[in-house]
Design a protein around this ligand. Structure first.
Ligand SMILES: Nc1ncnc2c1ncn2[C@@H]1O[C@H](COP(=O)(O)OP(=O)(O)OP(=O)(O)O)[C@@H](O)[C@H]1O
Ligand SMILES: [Mg+2]
Length: 234
């Protein structure tokens, strides 16, 4: 995916002021930055929930700048939103199946992918009939990621993987993302915790008030004094 000069916001409030970034296929890329920098707005603009005011979003070789969320999902983009947003009053299994609602392939293929999600996160299988919103924070994140995978995406975007979770849960989810990535799925991760983000991702973009500040390989950026001081507290 390629983003060029992307501008967007809410009504008269402009949040993104010309964002350029590239998400190489098959790799994990992260976006970090302070609260309110525009990270979630960027993901929402990519997934069509917030309209782009200017710029271009190229996804799978096509200009998808003004596509609706369903069209983006259909084209292979899954968005795990900040705060997970599972459906209350619905079981874990049904929440996972919501991810597959646009799929037109055979029921058996969807069931097979459901089993693959359960194999990755066995707790979801054990509790599959339980209301998804009664899960712990870490388990809800598993369910939200699983729901994303159920759409069979080309690109999985995860907004705030670690927010509010204990280190052990974050570690487990990080391992799961690595495993998912090894199957060839491209991942774009927004993460408050820069150390966690840099451990997982090969490339990083630092967003500062709606623009890309520093960008590069995480290996290089984690040694950059500007990044260490401002974002890693080192
Ligand atoms: N629905 C909305 N309506 C109006 N303004 C919004 C809305 N959502 C976000 N904003 C504003 O857009 C700016 C960027 O917010 P955004 O949520 O994209 O930041 P963020 O980088 O994801 O922050 P955080 O790290 O806290 O999640 C903020 O000033 C915020 O107040
Ligand atoms: Mg956010």
């Amino acid at each position: 995916m390629k983003i060029e000069g992307l501008q967007s916001g809410y009504g008269d409030v402009q949040v993104l002021w010309g964002v350029d970034l590239e998400v190489p296929a098959g790799e994990i890329t992260c976006i970090v930055g302070s609260n309110g920098a525009g990270k979630s707005t960027l993901l929402r603009t990519i997934s069509g929930m917030v309209a782009a005011k200017a710029g271009r979003i190229t996804f799978c070789g096509k200009d998808m700048t003004h596509s609706a969320p369903d069209a983006m999902l259909g084209a292979g983009l899954a968005h795990v939103p900040e705060g997970r947003r599972l459906f209350r009053g619905m079981s874990i299994r049904d929440n996972l199946l919501v991810g597959a609602y646009l799929r037109r392939d055979a029921r058996a293929d969807i069931e097979r992918d459901l089993e693959a999600v359960y194999a990755m996160f066995p707790i979801l299988k054990e509790r599959q009939q339980q209301d998804a919103t009664t899960l712990s924070g870490g388990e809800q994140q598993m369910c939200a990621i699983g729901r994303g995978i159920m759409s069979r995406p080309q690109l999985l975007m995860v907004d705030e993987l670690s927010l509010g979770l204990a280190p052990r849960a974050v570690e487990k989810l990080g391992d799961a993302l690595r495993e998912i990535n090894r199957t060839g799925l491209t991942i774009l991760l927004v993460e408050q915790d820069v150390v966690t983000a840099f451990e997982l991702a090969r490339h990083a973009y630092v967003i500062e008030t709606g623009r890309v500040g520093i960008a590069g390989e995480t290996e290089v950026l984690s040694a950059d004094p500007r990044v260490r001081q401002a974002y890693m507290g080192i």
